[in-house]
Design a binder for this molecule. Sequence first.
Ligand SMILES: *Cc1c(COP(=O)(O)O)cnc(C)c1O
Length: 230
Amino acid sequence: MSIAENIFDIEERIQRACGRAGRKRDGITLMAVSKFQPINMVEEAWQAGIRYFGESRVQEGIDKFGRFRVEHPEAVLHLIGSLQRNKAKKAALFFDCIQSVDREELIVELGKSGVREKPLPVLLELHTGEESKSGFSGLDSLFRAAELVLESTVLCPQGLMTMAPFTGDRDAIRASFRMLAGAGAELGRRFPPAENWACLSMGMTNDFEIAIEEGATLLRIGSAIFGERV
Ligand SMILES: *Cc1c(COP(=O)(O)O)cnc(C)c1O
């Protein structure tokens, strides 16, 4: 199967899930997670209509997308992997959004990065059951993080991100996504306007249909588009 065929397949599955959930397709963005994939595969995904890309490492993203973004200025690139404090500034200057904001010291560090033309969009990562335990641990720490982001003139909040546990237990996955959607709604009430928290980045190759049913607005899909990472 080619990348274009894979994307066509995923698109059909997204539309079926939207149908089941009574949602509109245009409320959902499909992001291609291109970590460990060469730039020619990224180019193929671009040709097949993908505009959003996710990378998990700062330097890999910079090396891979430096030229690509000059050639394709409409491409949008998010950092989705855990970010070390000493790479925060570099990441803030290159990526269009940092999805993996998972602790207060990182918010502080990103807030110092300065010299961008526009505020840096960020998502707060909530731990909802995945094994590695990355992300804020619950609503209390999430609220403190939200306050810190809102105090910063450099950062602008867009919503939340999570990874479901890697399991065959569909109910556990669904509970994880439902927790994220609930937290997003809670943030919207507590820190209006709700649009600031409207993005729900959840759903990967193995669970994106459940994520759609639970309200995902941004799907991060790697292996179903590019094949297994080697
Ligand atoms: C690798 C990765 C993905 C994509 O995973 P697939 O299972 O290949 O779709 C999504 N989100 C994050 C944070 C990742 O690290």
